[in-house]
Design a binder for this molecule. Structure first.
Ligand code: GLV
Length: 329
């Protein structure tokens, strides 16, 4: 019998072609709500569902699902209860590696954009208020010589470090905030002697730019809360390209309003696509619509990897990028 794939939102090529070469493909015309998706997953009509971050694949849905697998069109998979999937014998795949540089570019863009007040500057020009060069027009800050603190030291943090070093920044990192783990010189590799590990508390207190690169889980939810914001430098800028709920967004709005910190560059939001009340009105922010991986080649690679994961799972093989392992596989 031909394999059958449910695709919750159309993905770029070669994703759909790879899936249709391997079986029957159903692409939903619009993103399904939770109940509709749960019913489709329980129908027994599909081997694998190809999901987006907005699709909530939680324990109750997985308990009723008649699926072999879930292939997430993302590197992060906080939308999926992976432990529940494993318990129900459902494999999960993701798309690591291909979006590392693109996402680090966006982190660097947010660092530069907040430092040099790009949104305010753009608005001023468009509003016809640029009246010629002025000695004190829109003065920003230097990134060279500034301290960049990386919360996390995985692929995207390292790619951000590489860029920041090129801009003359001093780079500190805490590998697994709020906890710790020693990172050996060998693990540091190309960064040995160029970046320095510090405890999370010190990272918070010393960073001019604090950039978040942690997965969202029970340990990192609200990692940056009111107490952390209070301990940051008054001139510090928070950068988030990871996951919105890593930051208590209401506390961030208060901190920005009251100048507890100086600014924020955000590509992700706590309750996406909604923004915390007041955030959009703050001038000292750069706000992007979760576009870390949004380049044509990267989205095409993500489509390819997610399709390859889906096809492998449907054929009873271990996917090229598994998130979980089932007993006996
Ligand atoms: C995007 O946020 C991803 O996890 O790929």
């Amino acid at each position: 019998m031909a394999h059958s794939f449910l695709v919750t939102t159309a993905i770029p090529e070669p994703g759909l072609q790879l899936l249709s070469d391997a079986g029957r493909v159903t692409v939903l015309p619009e993103p399904p709500g939770y109940e509709a998706l749960a019913a489709l997953c329980a129908s027994g009509d599909f081997d694998v569902v190809l999901t987006q971050l907005r699709d909530v694949i939680d324990a109750p849905l997985l308990a009723g699902a008649r699926l072999r697998g879930v292939s997430n069109f993302a590197v992060g998979y906080n939308n999926i209860d992976v432990d529940a999937a494993t318990r129900h014998g459902i494999l999960v795949g993701n798309t690591p590696g291909v979006l590392t540089d693109a996402t680090a570019d966006i982190a660097m863009l947010l660092i530069l954009g907040t430092a040099r007040r790009v949104v305010e500057a753009d608005r001023l020009v468009r509003e016809g208020k640029f009246l010629g060069w002025e000695p004190e027009l829109l003065l920003g800050r230097d990134v060279s010589g500034a301290v960049l603190g990386l919360a996390g030291f995985g692929r995207i943090a390292r790619a951000t470090a590489r860029r920041a070093l090129g801009f003359g920044m001093e780079v500190l990192f805490a590998p697994r905030p709020p906890g710790d783990r020693p990172v050996s010189a060998e693990e540091l590799g190309e960064f040995a002697g160029r970046v320095r590990q510090v405890p999370w508390d010190e990272l918070v207190e010393r960073s001019d730019f604090l950039s978040l690169h942690v997965p969202l889980n029970d340990q990192t939810r609200h990692l940056v809360d009111a107490a952390v914001l209070e301990r940051m430098k008054p001139g510090a800028i928070l950068i988030n390209t990871a996951r919105g709920p890593v930051v208590d967004e209401a506390a961030l709005v208060d901190a920005l309003r009251n100048r507890v910190i100086a600014g924020a560059g955000l590509d992700v939001f706590e309750d996406e696509p909604k923004l915390a009340p007041g955030l959009a009105e703050l001038p000292n922010t750069v706000l992007l619509p979760h576009v870390g991986s949004a380049t044509v080649p990267v989205r095409s690679e993500m489509a390819r990897l997610s399709a390859l994961n889906a096809v492998a799972i449907a054929e009873g093989r271990i996917p090229p990028h598994p998130v979980n392992h089932l007993a006996g596989t």
